[in-house]
Design a protein around this ligand. Sequence first.
Ligand SMILES: NC(=O)c1ccc[n+]([C@@H]2O[C@H](COP(=O)([O-])OP(=O)(O)OC[C@H]3O[C@@H](n4cnc5c(N)ncnc54)[C@H](OP(=O)(O)O)[C@@H]3O)[C@@H](O)[C@H]2O)c1
Length: 252
Amino acid sequence: MHCHGYLVHYLSLAMILAGLGNLINHKKVQPVYGRYVGSSPPAKVVPARLAWFLQEMPSFLVPLLLMLTWHKPSSTGKYLLLGTFCTHYFQRTFVYSLLSRGKPVPLVVMGSAGLFCSVNGFLQAHYLLHCAHFDDQWSADYRFKTGLVLFYIGMAINIHSDYILRNLRKPGEIDYKIPTEGLFEYVSGANYLGEIMEWFGYAAATWSLPALSFAVFSLCFIGPRAVYHHRFYLEKFKDYPRSRQALIPFIF
Ligand SMILES: NC(=O)c1ccc[n+]([C@@H]2O[C@H](COP(=O)([O-])OP(=O)(O)OC[C@H]3O[C@@H](n4cnc5c(N)ncnc54)[C@H](OP(=O)(O)O)[C@@H]3O)[C@@H](O)[C@H]2O)c1
């Protein structure tokens, strides 16, 4: 497949605009899943494990399919895709999803997330496989190195924080408890902080518009969610640690 530069450009801009739109309108159009579903959930919901598995899978499968139908034996773009984006979505699809103890997900939320993961999986893979040109020195570049370090630290924080949240509940429980340990000692949205670090690290390591647009989208989508979670804890728990911030330790 040759590079569809215009498509990459427009999809990237659309993703940034969608993220900024969510940031501006988040009070009106917060995606309603998890604790925000309320006492009368929509009629059509999907069990959490199945929903997360199905919705996240395209971000793993689409890059994999593009890689299998690609004939160049090796390139920096391919290894970056495998080592970052695909690694994240392998974990999200085959580990996170299948261990979830979360609430059923509204069908419409699962559908939108699945569509997003399909388009984003295509965008990131198409760009890195068919459009990107990294010179031989790229792996020695400070943007590549610091980007990868940020990505892997972020991924470790994200996985560890999701593990902490999952273990707050025994199987069958649906109540919310105060998360402790790890970065939750500093912020209410520790899993989101890790995820945002991952995608900004990925953007630095690939130095590309599609990766930057995904990082901006993630910040605009889960940043407000961290703020809502923080408010939720402050309202629900009188003994919630007052020094804890929403998303950025000691600052915000
Ligand atoms: N890149 C992106 O744009 C993007 C977008 C969305 C999500 N994500 C990632 O996907 C993962 C899940 O996101 P999310 O929005 O579902 O996270 P979340 O609201 O923090 O929930 C994560 C899981 O932990 C449970 N949980 C959360 N707080 C809890 C508490 N205090 N006590 C007991 N259980 C608790 C939730 O149960 P309930 O379902 O019952 O609430 C859910 O199963 C995160 O790693 C996030 O970074 C990424």
